[in-house]
Ligand binder design. Structure first.
Ligand code: GLU
Length: 438
């Protein structure tokens, strides 16, 4: 069977680092196997889905270079879902329920108070025709539940290993709401069957879904061969990321200057036994990608690590990749390659570049401490006399200053660095000096 996977976001919000995980794992798994990757928009919830979100999802994936081979939308497949629902009704697996949400809540509370699991009691199956007629006369509309076999469902999970869920402790899932709207659960199964999905890779919040969906697959005919559930992201304290995800959307990370390759390098290895290293291309990430290296432990997402990695990715980024951006930032073409070679090791994001270009053009405030003023003035006069500056200038001038003033080490170099760049850190001065325009 050829590998076919899907990434199936709901366009009810923006993509964030949490959704990137299934997107990327599916994509890498598929590209590694030479298979087909489907982008499926789960937009059966018409009220909460928006076209703007759909466009943003596509734009984010394009920015990351995670291209898809096929595009599908659930909202366009209602006919198929109706057929499937009829099929389930005919085989007695889909039944009408009339409880209101208030009634269901009361039931749950009562069950919990009496120490029982809050599993739907299937009261709807015992309704008489007269009771149903009375509900309908009242104007109640049914919602529809799938009747689970109350047995243990087991599968060999691509990440978790043997996994099982006892469906006797799971409520029969609602597949159709009382307004006739389809919920994701059955639609996803229809799509996975129709699109020939071989492997379903998604977060472990879907483990119970998988058990119930395996039963729906079996009831409708055909199921994927593989299921794999990755762990969820947590913050440094081990708490779920859900509250912070708003600031961790792919769009906002892009605006903060995080490179696509940084996010990919980070997320492709986070939670796996392999080290996180900056990668220069998608091909490098695809090569050697192995789902079984991912573990069950929650994956710790750290924005600081991401920023540090971004610096490393930029450091390894070839000049050709950034030449356009450098030009837009006003970096002169003749020195741009040399400038990039120096500065790329000293930035966290591209937004740090203009500051260093200002150092080159002299558009910055020198930092000169009072006690160093005389020494710096002497040094600058010597440097002026030594123009034009080349790779030898810094060594020659500081060598002479050392001999003449007795200064050495930090006391020698730091005041000069601060005077010439306005900063106490940065690129190798011997290489930077030839670029300076003062
Ligand atoms: N729309 C579902 C979600 O975002 C898809 C889950 C799945 O991959 O089946 O959670």
């Amino acid at each position: 069977m050829t590998v076919t996977t899907r990434f199936a976001p709901s366009p009810t919000g923006k993509l964030h680092v949490g959704n990137l995980r299934p997107a990327l794992l599916n994509w890498l798994f598929t590209r590694n196997a030479g298979g087909q990757f489907i982008l499926r928009i789960d937009d059966t919830d018409a009220e909460r889905s928006t076209e703007e979100n759909v466009d943003d999802i596509k734009r984010d994936l394009e920015w990351l270079g995670l291209g898809w081979d096929r595009y599908e939308r659930q909202s366009e497949r209602m006919e198929r879902y109706n057929e499937a629902a009829d099929q389930l009704r005919a085989s007695g697996r889909l039944y009408a329920c009339y409880e209101t949400s208030t009634e269901l809540n009361l039931k749950r509370k009562y069950q919990l108070q009496s120490g029982r699991p809050p599993v739907y009691d299937r009261a709807a199956l015992k309704l008489t025709d007269a009771e149903i007629a009375a509900f309908e006369a009242e104007g109640r509309k049914p919602h529809w539940r799938f009747k689970l076999e109350q047995e243990r469902v087991t599968w060999i999970d691509g990440i978790r290993g043997e996994t099982n869920v006892d469906c006797a402790s799971v409520s029969d899932p609602v597949l159709i709401r009382e307004d006739g709207g389809f919920l994701y659960t059955m639609c996803s199964v229809c799509d996975d069957i129709d699109f020939g999905i071989s492997d379903v890779i998604r977060g472990e919040d879907h483990v119970t879904n998988t058990a119930t969906q395996i039963q729906i697959f079996d009831a409708l005919g055909g199921r994927p061969t593989g299921f794999a559930h990755h762990s969820l992201l947590v913050d440094a304290d081990g708490a779920g990321l859900s509250k912070r995800l708003g600031s961790l959307t792919l769009g906002s990370l892009r605006e903060q200057g995080i490179e696509a390759l940084t996010l990919l390098s980070y997320m492709a290895r986070l939670g796996s036994s392999e080290p996180i290293e900056p990668r220069n291309s998608h091909a490098e990430l695809i090569e050697g990608f192995d789902l079984s290296r991912f573990g069950r432990a929650p994956a710790r997402f750290s924005p600081d690590e991401l920023t540090i990695l971004n610096g490393k990715v930029l450091h390894g980024m070839p000049f050709e990749t950034v030449s356009g951006q450098l030009e837009e930032m006003g970096v002169d073409a003749d020195v741009a390659p040399a400038f990039w070679a120096l500065v790329s090791a000293n930035i966290n994001t591209m937004s740090d570049v203009p500051g260093w270009w200002a150092v080159v053009t002299g558009d910055f405030t020198p930092d000169i401490a009072d006690e160093d003023a005389e020494f710096v003035a002497d040094a600058l006069a010597r440097m002026d006399a030594a123009k034009p500056w080349d790779a030898e200038t810094w060594g020659a001038i500081t060598g002479a200053l050392k001999a003449d003033t007795g200064r050495k080490g930090k006391g020698l170099f730091m005041p000069l660095r601060k005077a010439l760049t306005g900063r106490g850190y940065g690129p190798n001065m011997a290489e930077l000096v030839p670029l300076l325009r003062r």
